[in-house]
Design a binder for this molecule. Structure first.
Ligand code: SF4
Length: 142
């Protein structure tokens, strides 16, 4: 019996899922049963992130590394002195994608550049990482 917390809604029910039959207990609604069974069969997640905006005047901006900390501002190790950090556009996958594909999805998101104008829902990466999901903008960028 596997114990997991349902993340489908803020209630966060504590689920118990039978690893052989995928029967779920502890769910307060049917969505928890679907989530619990899927979580053991083939877990999926919506990926949210940001992409660099390709703006005139910020061509010297570099993609941030995993060591970057936006809170440090000028202390960012990948930011050359005097450089302007690139604007970033929030994005997400338009459907849950397999958890095993998340690193591939993030690699593609880190490579892409957004060129204005962009509207909410515009597809920036179709069929990301070979999945059925697309990476779409979640903010207008005039
Ligand atoms: S089982 Fe239903 S009520 Fe409980 S957290 Fe999941 S979605 Fe929410």
């Amino acid at each position: 019996m596997k114990e997991i917390i349902c993340i489908t809604c803020p209630k966060g029910c504590h689920l118990k899922v039978d690893e052989e039959t995928f029967a779920v207990t502890g769910n307060a609604c049917p969505r928890g049963a679907v989530y619990g069974a899927n979580e053991l069969r083939s877990p999926v997640r919506v990926v949210t992130s940001t992409v660099i905006v390709e703006d005139a005047g910020t061509s010297s901006a570099r993609p941030q590394t995993p060591d970057c900390d936006s809170r440090t501002g000028n202390a960012c190790p990948c930011k050359p002195a005097g450089a302007v950090l690139a604007r970033r556009l929030p994005v997400k996958t338009d459907r849950p994608i397999p958890k095993g594909k998340m690193f591939e999805v993030m690699a593609e998101i880190n490579r892409v550049r957004a060129t204005p104008p962009i509207k909410v829902g515009d597809v920036l990466i179709p069929h990301v990482a070979g999945t059925d999901g697309n990476v779409v903008a979640t903010k207008n960028l005039p």
